[in-house]
Write a protein that binds this ligand. Structure first.
Ligand SMILES: Cc1cc2nc3c(=O)[nH]c(=O)nc-3n(C[C@H](O)[C@H](O)[C@H](O)COP(=O)(O)O)c2cc1C
Length: 385
């Protein structure tokens, strides 16, 4: 084996370690949405998530010592209005991740980056800085954006849907060029044209940050399969078999392009000692005290109305969006939550990013009760201290 082959082999191993998020656990667990006020729960209750730095830091450190694998922020620039101005306070995600990485030991922190709003070379260097600080624990969630008034705030015109992914392709290629190329390479994309790129240092350990994307359209899904290590997709609300089919299809599509791909999903967890307690709390926080005016604002932005989708689907979507854009709803006792997570793992899902109504209040019970059950089921290894 010559030096180049050895380097490629080492990079392959190191990249696989990044994809495994540095643990042997079959199911990776992460927290989603804590960088924004209210997190993903569109609720009026006074206990709703603050989203402030102090709480985010305490949460990340708690997740880190419990052995959770990742923390994933939402890239949001403006609130959605309503009585709470849902997500109106948000910590910018690359700087948020960098701060958390400096204060944790094992956790992967993602930045959620809007490709059309960040210059690729600046973003590449910011991400490398986070990656260096954390010795390889930074991850990139690349998003193309959809929220028109956010783009207007930047003075940027949104492209038509599919063209957003054409631009994102240029953007990610430019970022990868900055991460790997020697000095003074030009980048000549369809949209992005760069002369004599110099970007040093490179990402930690001769590899690159884990890249994820959650495109749901055909074009978005194809982009994820072509470019990402982790594809976030919705779990079926109908059956685990359907989820297993989705996972299998995405992995097969990646394989046909010579790529390895892990499939992740998102969820919303309310876990209490009994099923009844969990359901009561969920009903109190998310139904009786939902910030329905914010939900209605989100639906308008998404052009979801009785006129566009029909009354029945509109009401279903309204219910779905009260959990901050959805995800698999898991409300129950520790056995039920552990069973659902184990079934996702058996369906081939590599990991789940979920939210709580109040992350800091609810994570300790989850770690004390659900994680040991997953360990006993063989879905996760015993935690190292
Ligand atoms: C886990 C997850 C995280 C996402 N994070 C963001 C985000 O922070 N900001 C954003 O604008 N879109 C975000 N999205 C939206 C997706 O990137 C994507 O645009 C959406 O699923 C619609 O797919 P499409 O772009 O293929 O139409 C997220 C979606 C998921 C499932």
């Amino acid at each position: 084996m010559n030096d180049v082959q050895a380097a490629e082999r080492d990079q392959g191993i190191a990249m696989r370690e990044r994809m495994a998020m540095y643990t042997d656990n079959a199911l990776k667990i992460g927290l989603f949405g804590s960088n924004c006020s209210s997190g993903r729960a569109v609720t009026l209750i006074s206990d709703r998530w603050s989203g402030n730095w102090e709480d985010n830091l305490a949460l990340a450190q708690m997740a880190d010592s419990a052995g959770l694998e990742f923390i994933l922020p939402v890239g949001r620039w403006k609130g959605y209005g309503g009585d709470t101005d849902y997500m109106g306070t948000s910590l910018e995600t690359i700087t948020w991740a960098t701060g958390l990485l400096a204060h944790t030991k094992r956790l992967i922190a993602f930045g959620t980056v809007h490709a059309p709003l960040f210059h690729p070379i600046i973003a590449a260097k910011q991400m490398v800085t986070a990656d260096q600080i954390s010795e390889g624990r930074f991850g990139l969630n690349i998003v193309v954006g959809w929220n028109e008034d956010e783009f207007q705030m930047f003075g940027v015109t949104q492209r038509e849907h599919d063209a957003r992914y054409d631009y994102a392709q240029d953007w990610i290629d430019a970022v990868k060029t900055a991460w790997t190329a020697p000095d003074d390479v030009d980048f000549d994309g369809q949209f992005v044209k760069l002369k004599k790129i110099r970007a040093k240092p490179k990402p930690f350990g001769g590899t690159r940050p884990l890249i994820m994307n959650a495109g749901a359209s055909d074009v978005g899904r194809a982009f994820a399969i072509r470019n990402c290590d982790a594809f976030f997709t919705q779990a079926s609300r109908r059956s685990m078999e359907e989820t297993a089919e989705r996972v299998k299809a995405a992995k097969a599509d990646a394989k046909s392009q010579g790529r390895e791909l892990d499939v992740y999903t998102v969820g919303v967890v309310t876990c209490r000692r009994t099923k009844k307690e969990a359901e009561e709390y969920y009903r109190y926080a998310m139904i009786e005290n939902g910030d329905w005016s914010a939900v209605d604002g989100i639906l308008v932005k998404k052009n979801i109305s009785p006129a566009t989708v029909g009354q029945e689907e509109f009401l279903a979507q309204r219910q779905h969006y009260i959990n901050g854009m959805g995800g698999l709803l898991m409300v129950g006792d520790p056995d039920q939550i552990a069973d659902t997570l184990a079934n996702l793992s058996r369906a081939g899902v590599r990991g789940v990013g979920f939210s709580f109504i109040n992350y800091l209040n609810e994570l300790p019970f989850f770690c004390d009760e659900v994680l040991p059950r997953l360990e006993r089921m063989g879905i996760r290894a015993k935690r190292k201290s």
